[in-house]
Design a protein around this ligand. Structure first.
Ligand SMILES: [Zn+2]
Ligand SMILES: [Zn+2]
Ligand SMILES: [Zn+2]
Ligand SMILES: [Zn+2]
Length: 509
């Protein structure tokens, strides 16, 4: 596989595919792009780069999935339309009883692929069908679609073809025995569902494709970042990770859209983040290594071990100063007696920290048990206890504390206790602003939630402010034309109208 520019200059992006083992291939890229950053590129092998300037909010690339599946889970318990991922007006496919559609339009659009999948699923034993996971279905669909393209029943284009899937990286040599065995079992199940003649089935290749999916498939989320399913987007998979990315990936239905979140000059690499970026360098590196098998060398990660990075980690995941008025960060004392505040020099005793930490742990376990058993009231008390303990233990900008408050926000939303929910929403925002770049979807969404709660509670002026901030961020990350953004715009209009009405009636009094 050489390098290919899949998307031409007209689209503003170039796609470099193929691994740089061979100097020749890289010469070709160099000739095209100049000498500027080919050293980095040769190391990374595959990447997406801009062939013109992009401004914040501009769409760099959008792609339909090669294949996708919907999924149901705790965060998103509803069934979804197999084609558009909507949850309304669903009807089950009467033949296989596995997939749902929101109407005949979506069913027709999906029919070429689903008709063959449907036949395969209909042959599977009823009890077994229930145990087919989304990953198994995704793989079955991958093979069926490849076959449909080979048979020319589904057309092939430069951006919609199996060669792109084939060129995705897998990490078979990095996998543990246990994982390999699991993939082999899954591959056998796929073969069982497909029931193709032996000459057409290669268990080893299917297992390798599972490894590809685990590092290349994307979670398809709704506008509020709740997971809806999984899709394989071979062009988008070429975009490399950065812990301080210049772009963001969001979904409109199952269409994946990559938008610039900052100015990206021509010839620069496009990056998105594969993992939660709020954590310390060590936490991010661990997550990337475990799922994607690489060590990140982004502008944040190359600072690992430097003083700024050590300070940042101690703030995000470390302890608070013994003096409650001090916001200093703590580092382990060389004599191992505990942790010393780098601002005021006070020592926090090791035993004291260990005691609170173990209380946090046992209370968190109770809290999460209450939450998973659906007892929201009990969970709210338990998480408030966790919060109280973490306030004693952690730095005020700790992400552990932030996560506890996010959970409390969710619980109080469920309980429809808007006042408590608003309090927790407001408490998370300063930490969000610290840990996320200004145009991060989560920042916009948190302002949106805040605005909606203020509106519900009659704090109209505040609602206008929060919704405006939400719009400022989300118009960059989400664009302006989706139904989700239309709703935000109309809420803001309404809030503005009410605020000015309230003001004018006050003046009349
Ligand atoms: Zn639909
Ligand atoms: Zn069906
Ligand atoms: Zn990084
Ligand atoms: Zn201090």
């Amino acid at each position: 596989m050489g390098w290919v520019v899949v998307a031409g200059d007209g689209l503003g992006v170039g796609l470099v595919a193929g691994v740089a083992r061979d100097g020749e291939k890289w010469k070709a890229v160099r000739a095209r792009e100049g000498e500027k950053w080919n050293a980095v590129r040769a190391e990374k092998g595959r990447c997406l780069f801009t062939t013109r300037d992009f401004s914040p909010g501009e769409v760099i690339l959008s792609e339909h999935p090669y294949v996708s599946v919907t999924s149901k889970n705790k965060e998103s318990p509803n069934s979804k339309c197999e084609w558009c991922f909507s949850s309304s007006n669903l009807k089950k496919c009467s033949a296989c009883h596995v997939v749902w559609y929101c109407g005949s339009t979506c069913q027709k659009l999906d029919w070429k692929l689903h008709s063959v999948e449907c036949q395969a699923l209909a042959k599977v034993d009823k009890n077994r069908v229930k145990s087919i996971t989304p990953s198994i279905r995704l793989m079955v669909k991958l093979y069926l679609r490849r076959k449909l393209q080979q048979q020319k029943i589904v057309p092939t284009t430069a951006t919609d073809n199996y060669n792109l899937v084939e060129s995705l990286v897998s990490h078979m040599p990095d996998l543990e025995e246990k994982q390999l065995v699991l993939y082999a079992q899954m591959a056998n199940l796929v073969a069982l569902i497909l029931q193709w003649p032996e000459s057409e089935i290669n268990i080893k290749e299917i297992a390798e494709n599972f490894s590809k999916l685990s590092c290349n498939a994307h979670s398809i989320c709704d506008s509020e970042l709740r997971p809806l399913g999984t899709g394989l987007y071979p062009a988008i998979s070429i975009i490399n990770h950065s812990c301080l990315p210049n772009s963001v990936l969001v979904f409109e239905g199952r269409l994946a859209v990559v938008r610039a979140v900052q100015h990206i000059p021509k010839g620069f690499e496009v990056s998105i983040s594969y993992v939660e970026t709020a954590g310390s360098s060590i936490t991010r590196q661990k997550a990337l290594k475990e799922q994607y098998f690489f060590s990140c060398t982004c502008s944040r990660c190359i600072k690992m071990g430097q003083f700024d990075d050590i300070e940042e980690s101690a703030v995000l995941e470390g302890y608070r100063c013994k003096d409650r008025r001090c916001n200093g960060f703590l580092l382990r004392d060389p004599g191992d007696k505990g942790f010393i505040c780098q601002h005021c020099g006070l020592l926090r005793n090791k035993e004291e920290i260990e005691n609170i930490a173990s209380e946090v742990k046992s209370m968190s376990e109770k809290a999460s048990m209450a939450l998973s058993s659906g007892n929201n009231t009990q969970a709210s008390f338990a998480y408030k206890m966790v919060e109280k303990l973490q306030l004693e233990l952690c730095h005020p900008f700790s992400i552990n504390l932030m996560q506890t408050r996010e959970t409390l926000l969710k619980i109080f939303m469920e309980l429809q206790d808007w006042k408590e929910a608003l309090m927790y929403c407001r408490l998370t925002i300063p930490i969000y602003l610290r840990v996320y770049p200004p145009f991060h979807p989560l920042v916009g969404l948190q302002y949106y939630t805040c605005g909606k709660l203020e509106w519900l509670l009659g704090e109209t002026e505040e609602a206008v402010k929060s919704l405006t901030k939400a719009l400022d961020v989300l118009r960059i990350t989400h664009g302006t034309k989706t139904p989700f953004m239309m709703e935000l715009l109309s809420k803001l209009e309404e809030a503005r109208a009410e605020a000015s009405y309230k003001r004018s009636s006050l003046n009349e009094d």
